[in-house]
Design a protein around this ligand. Sequence first.
Ligand code: GLP
Length: 262
Amino acid sequence: MRVVIQENYKKMCAWAADYIAGRINAKKDGKPFVLGLPTGSSPLGVYAELIRKNKAGEVSFKNVVTFNMDEYVGLPREHEQSYWHFMWSNFFDHIDIPHENVNILNGMSDDLEGECAAYEAKIASYGGIDLFMGGIGVDGHLAFNEPFTSLNSVTGIRVLTSDTLIVNSRFFDNDPAKVPTRALSVGVKTVTDSKEVLVLINGHNKARALANTVEGAVSQKWTASALQLHPAAIIACDEPACGELTVDTYKYFLDVEKDQRL
Ligand code: GLP
């Protein structure tokens, strides 16, 4: 696992956007680049930078196919807190991606299990995901894979924990009772089956999650810790998120990253 420590959120986002654009531009076999994407506040700066790069002609999304991590159950697309709405307003509406290349789980489906199975099958039809970008929750959840979700899980229905309802209530009038209690989510295995994984972890409130993800045991208690077993996982983080790493760990990653070229 690589841990790329940047001084602040802005630099973390710039680094991640450079990395993603570089990977898209390096794809030369004519097949689409398959990109997994998250919602949340963490990736907002990355999306802004990718939009800038797209408008500046530094990267194109014409041959990129995307799969989003998750979606609430029971929120229509038009709801301003649906992840569909989030993705279109913060990213897809501003780049040159063909509309048919965007895949987002439908939390309004009459057949939620069928929806999840079809999503996994569609990912497989592209030969898997080239690069999955993610964020994590304060409890270390990856996508909506809450603590104690199997590390072998695939796309399915998830019940959200009280912790997550409270944290996400900031988007629902600060009222946890207004947050949908279920979501559709790719599994931990869906993410770790990707060729590369890039997870963004920023801010003081993620310090405990970062320490457990990187230094803790691989455990379903911190589902993001499954990244330790991935051959090409990168965590991009900012200084405030490093607050609970041991000094040795912190120094180690600064040291080994000195000579890396993206
Ligand atoms: C939600 C999403 C996760 C996201 C997490 C963190 O729970 N389901 O995919 O990683 O929030 O969000 P933020 O980046 O706003 O801290």
